[in-house]
Write a protein that binds this ligand. Structure first.
Ligand SMILES: *Cc1c(COP(=O)(O)O)cnc(C)c1O
Length: 416
């Protein structure tokens, strides 16, 4: 067991190798380009999956989907966009690509997602301060957990502000039975290597109708007018998904529901095995309206809980990316920052790491990120608190029941 590393969420291909079949087909028919039968087929599969008569555009990344939906909402330099602070940077970075300002809104305690009361307060305050309405609202399904779509849509409709749902982590999660990404004007999906299903890298935008679909498609393919030669009336992007990646996506769609089922099963197992462990709480659906895909299972650790080695937490500068997954990061100048997980959380991460288990702190809220120090934020302390006490545990399709038991045993061992 000690030789095998257990990761948070690794890509997992269908047993039948259907992904390979679609890729082979792309090579055989010479569709090795960012369009083609696999792209069209994948989009059809996604449209069927999300329902609600939506149209879907497959893109090169979820980040591209956020970017294009903001453009379609008319976001321009100097505009403001309301966005959940407790998220991965891809929800807010594209706002800055457009020269606009993200306005961060804190979370509610139960779902960990955007607080509707605070959202309305922020809207009123921005209108009062700037004389202008924010151009869009971006709620995020953090770790797959739904946001309160009823309240968010009610507020958004009342102020007539479009909603871009960031369901990148919430593929197949449901609010009152309806798939996330289909409530707002636009819905963002991601198929990065670590997400619920993968195309190696990729994303998609769920659009409300034929016209929006066409407009997004134009922006995704350099905005070319229909002439025999290249004619451009707007600035576009090269964001369309490749036919090779879409082949992986088509194969993955055959196991999407099985993946979601597995993540939910892993959640049930963590909940059962950790229920008697004092000081550790598993984050679950707040009530029956919420139906999380449990993309990542998360726990919170009571600040009073003593964990082995916590007196040495943060004594050394971390040399690689936490979890070692994704490419290049700066080696930090110092071992600590002014806002970081508690010592017992860091000690737990290190303990599990030595046991061959990848665990990771929760995402650091955007309003606490140095790069966003000048962005306005409407806060209530919830996301900052959760960041200090929370942790993500291995949850993907490669995580077996035996792995979950080993993770839980290791957590118990780490407690003094
Ligand atoms: C992964 C992710 C995205 C977009 O991801 P890509 O890696 O660009 O596909 C957007 N928002 C959130 C919250 C994410 O976790």
């Amino acid at each position: 067991m000690a030789n095998k590393r257990i990761y948070l969420c690794l890509a997992h291909m269908s047993e039948a190798g259907i992904e390979q079949k679609y890729i082979q087909e792309a090579f055989d028919t010479n569709w090795v380009v960012p369009l083609g039968p696999n792209v069209n087929g994948f989009e059809k599969d996604l449209e069927e999956f999300v329902g609600q008569n939506k149209r879907v555009v497959a893109l090169s990344a979820g980040t591209a989907a956020v970017h294009l939906s903001l453009i379609a909402c008319g976001v321009k330099p100097g505009d403001e966009v309301l966005v959940q602070s407790f998220t991965f940077c891809a929800s807010s970075h594209p706002i800055t690509y457009l020269g606009a300002t993200p306005i961060f809104v804190d979370s509610e305690k139960d779902s960990w997602n955007i607080d509707p009361d605070l959202l309305e307060k922020a809207i009123k305050d921005r209108i009062e301060k700037t004389g202008k309405k924010p151009k869009a609202i971006v709620p995020v399904a953090l770790y797959g957990m739904p946001y309160d779509a009823d309240q968010i849509m009610e507020i958004a409709n009342r102020y007539d502000i479009p909603v871009i749902e960031d369901a990148a982590e919430g593929f197949g999660s449901r609010w009152k039975g309806q798939v996330l990404g289909t409530f707002g004007k636009y819905g963002v999906l991601s198929f990065n290597g670590n997400k619920m299903i993968t195309t190696s890298g990729g994303g998609a935008l769920i659009t409300p109708d034929e016209d929006s679909w066409r407009e997004i498609m134009m922006y995704a393919t350099q905005y070319r007018e229909s002439y025999p030669y290249y004619q451009h009336e707007k600035i576009g992007y090269n964001y369309r998904m490749s036919n090779i990646c879409a082949g992986i996506g088509r194969g993955q769609m055959t196991v999407a529901n099985a993946h979601i089922g597995h993540h939910k099963h892993v959640f049930e197992l963590y909940k059962e095995l950790l229920k008697d462990v004092k000081g550790i709480e598993v984050h679950g659906n707040p009530d029956e309206r919420y139906d999380s895909n449990f993309w990542l299972n998360t726990i919170t650790i009571d600040p009073e809980l003593k964990v082995k080695g916590q007196e040495n937490a943060y004594k050394t500068v971390v040399q690689g990316a936490v979890g070692g997954a994704a490419g290049v990061i700066h080696v930090a100048d110092s071992a600590t920052t002014d806002c970081q997980p508690n010592d017992n959380v860091e000690a737990m991460r290190v303990y599990l790491d030595e046991k061959g288990i990848e665990a990771r702190p929760l995402w650091k809220p955007m309003h606490k990120q140095p790069v966003y120090k000048n962005a306005p934020a409407y806060v209530n302390g919830v996301s900052e608190h959760l960041f200090k006490v929370g942790m993500c545990l291995p949850s993907g399709p490669c995580v077996s029941d035996e792995d979950v038991r080993y993770v839980v045993e290791s957590i118990k061992e780490a407690i003094v």
